[in-house]
Design a protein around this ligand. Sequence first.
Ligand code: G4P
Length: 515
Amino acid sequence: MSDAPVTELSTEIARRRTFAIISHPDAGKTTLTERILRAGGAIQLAGNVRAKGERRRTRSDWMSIERDRGISVVSSVMTFEYGGCIFNLLDTPGHEDFSEDTYRTLTAVDSAVMVIDAAKGIEDRTRKLFEICRLRDIPIVTFINKMDREAQDPFELLDEVASSLALDTSPATWPVGRAAKFVGTYDLLTKKLHTQEELPQSDPRMIQLAEELELAEAALPQFDREAFDAGHLTPVFFGSAMKEIGVTDLLDALVSFGPSPRNQVAETRTVKADEPAMTALVFKIQANMDPNHRDRIAFARICSGKLTRGMRLLHTRTGKNFAVHTPQFFFARDRQLAEEAFAGDVVGIPNHGTLRIGDTLTESENLSFTGVPHFAPEILRRVRLDDAMKAKKLKQALTQLAEEGVVQLFRPQDGAQPIVGVVGTLQLDVLQARLKAEYGVAIGFDATPFSLARWITGPRDKIEIFAQINRSAMADDLDDDPVFLATSAFMMRRTQEQNPDITFHDIKQIGIEIK
Ligand code: G4P
């Protein structure tokens, strides 16, 4: 058990704010992130704020694909202190493809800030990311950005968010002035005016504000903490990341009501964040971050208690002990030993492949957290190796990268070349680039006849017979769980109808046997 006094523990945990920013590309996520870090006097900067120009090259050059395409492919964490709280901002990938990485990152946060472009309203990718948050009832704070430009009317924007996402909206601030005359905000919760210049009451902007506030307070829902915590209501902030308007409103609100670490559901019970015993969930693995070291970092979110450097932990998937000698607050190329970390914090744990995504670490309890799934891939490709001499190396590299979650790997039971499965095509580019850069293996992709993959479960004898009959369509995944590959949705449906004893799964919980 951790030796932290209970009061210290609960105070430390209560001041953690672990969140992500979600948005459609170009809505202003990078700008807002930079402003937030600046406001928070960031104690650490990570490599994956998609900084432009020189900053991008210097911070993220370990991943050439990221540099070439100007996108942030991997996510990392930024920690800073503001208003007495410790903020952990987890960066979500900014590219168009939905990836499992995004989903997993969102499993590790307690709230999300949804950035919307004031002229464009809700866009595709915002909606998609929002749906992921909703699946987990993650409380959402909305930041309507670019109010310094021509924008939609605030009432319309609030209405659009409410109706298109089926989410109650409550204005937390109100814009003072519009477009070029946007000078600040009025905080409806604290009743304070924050403007970049003094405005007399006779200023047309103040007159407009008074009129709109009257209407807003009469017609729109008030902030309701319970509904927010349950993910049913979003407080809405107006601002301009570029002009640094509304950014501290947002941070102050996160300090005052941003959720502290949530309870985490495990297979056997729900773990409360302020339980004294430490538990942690691995939600991301990243290998070869430093090409000179060939190390592998598991990003673990502390779910309860306090982690102290040197602790001996139980790795519940294997039942083995695991000593955490060098937990790190990990930021792109900068690492700093984490002497202690509390529930809500994210630490990097260097290891040699022992830790996998979805793994749970505890002080002694046999516990497995749920909620880190694998999704059935939507794209399947056979890997083509140009240099046959490198077959062994390829096998090892593919396994490592699949363990890291870059792609899913399926080994056909008939011994054919491995098949990789991805949810978005960008993952294939990442795989190809990393195999070349980190392992010196050049590969191509060939089409496969298959378009769908499903994990199968059922009575052992029935699975065996099924696998024999369908040998050319059977594969094993990384954990040696059987997977059926179908050539079409029609074929999949027919196979399901013909095999009522077998269940076909399109989601697999990692780290937990599917039963
Ligand atoms: P993203 O990470 O969501 O993709 O968006 P990013 O912050 O990169 O912002 C996209 C563009 O919108 C950038 O312009 C940025 O300067 C601009 N922007 C962000 N916030 C605001 C805001 O509050 N007001 C206004 N008017 N613009 C904003 P760019 O021309 O693409 O890049 P840059 O040349 O400015 O770096």
